[in-house]
Design a protein around this ligand. Sequence first.
Ligand SMILES: [Zn+2]
Length: 61
Amino acid sequence: MAVPYGRKSRTKSRTQRAANMRYTPKAYTHCSKCGEAKAPHHICGSCGHYAGRQVIQVVEE
Ligand SMILES: [Zn+2]
């Protein structure tokens, strides 16, 4: 059975741990109808369009 050559330093394990918690920017696109930023493959929150057609009615206040 393989045995570790030496003890990993505190910095080395903490660096690896921090690398796993690294920030990854969230993907988003713009609505083709109103140009508002929206998540890909989701209905637009401001106009209710998806795939070029009206899917939900957005209540305006
Ligand atoms: Zn829209």
